[in-house]
Design a protein around this ligand. Structure first.
Ligand code: TYM
Length: 342
């Protein structure tokens, strides 16, 4: 079976972009592939954060994975920091990652510009190396993510190739290893629609956890009236009707795409259904569809989060299974890099 890994940071609340760009796609994949979904708590500390909130946010995120349909009879769910190999491999990879590669990362540039010098830790720069470790430890074939992670996936691929070149093949065999490549080179899986869900208040910027205004995003746990209110107040334009793909109407395109994904209809069906609607009519259609879609997720979330023994059990089981695979890879990397093993 081919293997798939992916994860979300436990920072802020999970929003529609995380759901449509990533989590929702995991649900189909778990039927066909060997899947590992983690909560990347080690990544969540790369910007100033509240230590009082981290463990709660980590559990909340895990509960949401399950509420969204991750099925632990098929997929493994675990917390990144529970599998030590992630942090350990990161050190090994850091030493062969050119700083120039990291300086080029768009997310680093954006986040460090926003955070201000004092708040930019070394971890923010090396963040993609940890992400590469998350992926390469499992010899993953595919990584389902939104568009904004594409560059990090590129870096992961380059890093895998670099290690294979520097330490794999005959050199590794001479050290007693199996030879061949140390890491499998993974591929991103980016959905055709939903890979970049935009803000409700600006159709040209991405929906994000860190945007200061909560009006800009729909969180999966927003109550009904909040969802209705956010949609009612979201940015519109003064064109007649509703249409996809008009570059002058980014908000219209974004909301139609969200409706398409949430309703399960095709693009053509949505275009036809909404063509002659005015903003008011379309907004109430969209708000109702969102509320109907998110409500069962919210109900399941409440059940799961209130049964902490159950959730802890799932996370413990997931970590044990993940550690088995991750440790085997880590062993190989130490061997290929020439370390004395005890
Ligand atoms: P994070 O927590 O920022 O986002 C989690 C997932 O949601 C996607 N996403 C979006 N998709 C569509 N529209 C949006 N507006 C939107 N915003 C976020 C992201 O692309 C991502 O798939 N570095 C990662 C977490 C990570 C990871 C990994 C992912 C760490 N290690 C290994 C995959 C494999 C991140 O910060 O995602």
């Amino acid at each position: 079976k081919k293997r798939i890994v992916s994860g979300v940071q436990p920072t802020g609340s999970i929003h529609l972009g995380n759901y449509l760009g990533a989590i929702r796609n995991w649900i189909l994949l778990q039927n066909t592939y060997d899947t590992f979904f983690f909560i990347v708590d080690l990544h969540a500390i790369t910007l100033p954060y509240d230590a009082q909130q981290l463990s709660k946010a980590t559990r909340d995120t895990a509960a949401l994975y399950l509420a969204c349909g991750v099925d632990t009879s098929k997929a493994s769910v675990f917390v990144q920091s529970h599998v030590r190999a992630h942090a350990e491999l990161m050190w090994l990879l850091s030493s062969v990652t050119p700083v120039g590669w990291l300086n080029r990362m768009i997310q680093f540039k954006e986040k460090s510009r926003k955070a201000g010098d004092e708040n930019v830790g070394v971890g923010l720069l090396t963040y993609p190396v940890l992400m590469a470790s998350d992926i390469l430890l499992y010899q993953s074939d595919f990584v389902p993510v939104g568009e904004d992670q594409k560059q990090h996936l590129e870096l992961t691929r380059e890093l895998a190739e670099r290690v294979n070149h520097l330490f794999g093949g005959r050199k590794w065999k001479k050290l007693g290893g199996r030879g061949g490549s140390v890491f499998k080179v993974p591929e991103p899986l980016i959905p055709p629609v939903g890979a970049r869900v935009m803000s409700l208040t600006d159709g040209l910027s991405k929906m994000s956890k860190s945007a200061p205004s909560d009006q800009s995003r729909i969180n999966l746990l927003d109550p009904k009236d909040v969802i209705a209110n956010k949609i009612k107040r979201c940015k519109t334009d003064s064109f007649p009707g509703m249409e996809f793909d008009n570059p002058e109407r980014p908000e219209c395109n974004n909301l139609l795409s969200i409706y398409q994904l949430i309703s399960g209809k095709t693009k053509a069906e949505v275009a036809e259904e909404c063509r002659d609607m005015n903003w008011g009519t379309f907004k109430s259609l969209l708000a109702d569809a969102l509320i109907d879609h998110l409500q069962p997720i919210q109900v399941r979330y409440e059940e799961i989060i209130s049964d902490s023994a159950y959730l802890d059990g799932i996370l413990a089981e997931g970590a044990t299974k993940a550690a088995g695979i991750a440790d085997a890879t880590l062993h190989n990397v130490y061997q290929a890099m020439g370390f004395l093993r005890r």
